[in-house]
Design a protein around this ligand. Structure first.
Ligand code: ATP
Ligand code: MG
Length: 490
């Protein structure tokens, strides 16, 4: 173990926010050891802006609770932690951890419960990467380095502590963390990790709870380097574990949305983490819509059911919370409204809570070459910057254009119907099968016809709905549209 001068590592208390110093000081004053550890120390050393600061101590969670009283809450079961509120910030205070006892690991070696307190040396060995295992005591001005982590920071190397195979087996989420840190910090992954990071290894992610995988996926989406990590997810076989039904293909739409997400984060704009799920699942959603439409389901029902189906399938990998699901379905539903708005609803639509997200989504589709948007993204873009008079004129013009294209469509449809009628009249069956003469032969034919009927219904319904499925029986409900502006997507 090396004790380094903090100033030599480029660290000083002036870089630290008051809330973390407050937590370290209170623990020290109560007689405990306390350090800043993890991403905060790592990022400061790299000259980056840390997302947050985590503290670690030899005080147990209940002792931390004694120190901070009502400002402290103990959370977690598998991994018990103290949450300390300092001003308006929340600091995670972990207790030094010893190796887990045998009884709490699964047959595959995965750690199921992990509340065995230990020494700082033991705690160090439990951390994932060397660069995440530096202990900084800001008041003493020292950094404890147990494994030449500072050298890894200098050489930009991501190195797992211990045997990489064992560390991935203990917690398969470390595979996602590997890609996240490599992309975020632009570090090289240690060859010892690359060697064992195989598609077979990624299968272990099947044993991780879909809730935890959702949280991790959100960290991937919001770390500011989504565009860099996406190809890595495909190359390392992680994509297939996280998004079962999404083809591992970075379409222009996905790429543009990823770049846009990173840009927004870079300039400090907010992002809704579920937005990128809406992007990823857009294609499967459209395909599922087409499936229902081909069964004769009315479009609104088809969209609603397709949305439910796609999200339900994704939940087998990453459980998307209910509020995020609603957001995603509303963004999708907004696409229909924004593409073909009723003129009298345009003003109300532009004030709708989901307008912004729906519009951003539409514009990204358009800018990535999706011709289906019929340049309505640009139309809405311009609409928003117009004065009230200009808006009225734009709506008038849109209305006339819409009426014109409707007339044209109606004419075309009429023409097509006439053509079809003429064609049907002309087309004769290619083969006229004579009715069998004998009773036995007639019965055999009837049976064969019945079998063919069953086969055709089941083959066309291979993806899930039968002819008696309720969705095919639903009728369009007449709604009083003057009352309904934009209801929830149900
Ligand atoms: P970020 O910048 O995303 O906050 P971080 O390194 O601080 O990165 P956290 O998830 O906040 O990551 O975790 C804090 C620290 O806890 C890590 O730096 C690491 O030392 C340890 N840690 C977190 N998750 C794991 C894990 N799955 N296995 C081992 N150690 C972990
Ligand atoms: Mg952190």
């Amino acid at each position: 173990m090396q004790t380094l001068r903090a100033s030599k590592c480029g660290l000083s208390t002036t870089q630290l926010p008051a809330y973390i110093l407050d937590v370290i000081d209170a623990l020290t004053k109560a007689g405990y050891e306390a350090y800043i550890v993890g991403g905060g120390v790592r990022d400061l050393m790299l000259g980056l802006n840390p997302k947050d600061f985590d503290a670690v101590t030899n005080a147990t969670p209940s002792q931390v609770k004694e120190v901070f009283g009502r400002r402290c809450r103990i959370i977690g079961r598998r991994f018990e932690l103290a949450h300390v509120y300092s001003g308006r910030e929340l600091v995670e205070v972990a207790t030094f951890r010893a190796p887990p006892k045998r009884a709490v690991t699964s047959a595959a070696g995965m750690i199921l419960r992990d509340n065995n307190w230990g020494t700082i040396e033991q705690d160090f060995a439990r951390r994932d990467f060397s660069i995440n295992a530096l202990y900084y005591q800001p008041r003493k001005g020292i950094v404890l380095d147990f494994c030449h982590a500072v050298d890894d920071i200098k050489s930009k190397t991501l190195r797992l502590l211990g045997d990489p195979t064992v560390r991935f087996e203990e917690d398969p989420v470390r595979m996602l963390r590997t890609l996240r840190f490599a992309a975020k910090l632009n570090f090289n992954i240690d060859p010892a990790i690359l060697e064992i990071f195989t598609p077979e290894m990624t299968q272990l992610l099947r044993d991780v709870s879909p809730h935890r995988l959702y949280d991790e996926s959100q960290k991937l989406f919001t770390m500011g380097h989504l565009n860099r990590v996406l190809p890595m997810l495909i190359d390392f076989g992680i994509w297939r574990q996280l998004f079962a039904d999404i083809k591992p293909d970075i379409t222009p739409f996905i790429e543009l949305a990823a770049k846009n997400t990173d840009q927004r984060i870079a300039i400090g704009k907010t992002i809704n983490p579920a937005f990128f799920y809406a992007v990823l699942l857009w294609k499967p959603f459209l395909e599922r819509c087409d499936f229902y439409l081909s069964k004769g389901v009315i479009p609104a029902e088809a969209r609603a059911q397709a949305g439910l189906d796609v999200l339900k399938r994704q939940a087998t990998r990453t459980v998307i919370p209910r509020f995020a699901e609603t957001f995603i379905r509303e963004v999708w539903e907004m696409q229909t409204r924004l593409l073909n708005p009723k003129p009298q609803q345009i003003a109300a639509l532009s004030n709708h809570a989901r307008f912004r997200a729906g519009f951003d989504f539409l514009l990204l589709r358009e800018r990535s070459g999706d011709a289906q948007t019929q340049e309505m993204g640009t139309w809405w873009d311009q609409y928003q910057t117009m004065s009230t008079d200009e808006k009225e004129r734009a709506i008038g013009q849109y209305n006339r254009q819409r009426a014109k294209s409707r007339r044209k469509a109606a004419q075309e449809e009429h023409l097509e119907q006439q053509l079809n009628a003429a064609q049907t009249a002309e087309i004769e069956p290619l083969v006229n099968e004579p009715e069998p003469r004998s009773r036995r032969a007639r019965k055999a034919k009837q049976q064969e016809d019945a079998r063919a009927q069953v086969a055709s219904t089941s083959s066309s319904n291979g993806s899930g709905i039968g002819a008696d499925h309720p969705i095919l029986k639903r009728k369009r409900v007449q709604r009083d549209l003057s009352q309904v502006i934009f209801g929830p997507t149900q």
